[in-house]
Write a protein that binds this ligand. Structure first.
Ligand code: ADP
Ligand code: MG
Ligand code: ZN
Length: 197
């Protein structure tokens, strides 16, 4: 028989933007919280969309969250009594997040990480891929392709920027399927508007 605290494990919810990762993280953490199991949810301090001390989904579900600078600070902020640790926007953490997740699981905690598995150029977005290999449970979430309604696997940037991260700007991204995804779309020069006179 398993008693609470006997075993820990890692869950990863990975997928593109708009695939319901935050929604699913909030759902999983909230059900423990409602059952009076101590939970804590964290997010990278750089993600200041909507609210500072909350994780908020595009569908406006929310849960309390503690902003932390890096995986080190996350580990130090987890209280002994905490049984379930949620992490949103895991792709914005350093690679140390993998070890931190394992340390927490080894300590008997259930750690649930949501994050992008691919960046806007379709490349692996660490540390999520490495974390997926170390996780007991992996959920690959799909969005609905904004162009055709097909299975949205990719995050398409639809504004021009060379930055890896264009934060918060929901309008800057779309979920796209395999056929409609084009990483070069955002590179194509937009027509310059030249003012006359
Ligand atoms: P993620 O954290 O993966 O970016 P969220 O959990 O914040 O996703 O938001 C998921 C919600 O986004 C959906 O329930 C839906 O209301 C909304 N949404 C907006 N655009 C799309 C889309 N193209 N496909 C699926 N859901 C979408
Ligand atoms: Mg999210
Ligand atoms: Zn499509």
């Amino acid at each position: 028989m398993h008693r609470r605290g006997d075993t820990g494990w890692i869950e990863v919810i990975a997928g593109p933007m708009f695939s319901g990762k935050s929604e699913e993280l909030i759902r999983r953490v909230t059900r423990y919280h409602l059952a009076r199991i101590p939970t804590q949810t964290f997010k990278p301090a750089l993600d200041t969309r909507y609210a500072v001390a909350e994780v908020v989904s595009h569908s406006r579900l929310s849960t309390e969250a503690i902003p932390v600078q890096d995986s080190d600070q996350l580990l130090r902020s987890v209280e002994d009594r905490t049984q379930v640790v949620g992490v949103d926007e895991g792709q914005f953490f350093d690679d140390g997040l993998v070890q931190v997740a394992e340390t927490l699981a080894d300590a008997g905690k259930n750690i649930i990480v949501a994050g992008l598995d691919l960046d806007y150029l379709g490349r692996p977005f660490e540390p999520i891929p490495s974390l997926m290999l170390r996780a007991e449970y992996v959920t690959k979430a799909l969005a609905v392709c904004h162009k055709c309604g097909g299975p949205g696997l990719f995050t398409q940037r639809v504004v021009q920027s060379d930055e890896l991260v264009v934060l918060g700007a929901t309008d800057a991204y779309q979920a796209r399927c395999r056929q409609c995804y084009d990483p070069r779309e955002a590179e194509q020069p937009k027509l310059a508007v030249v003012e006359e006179g």
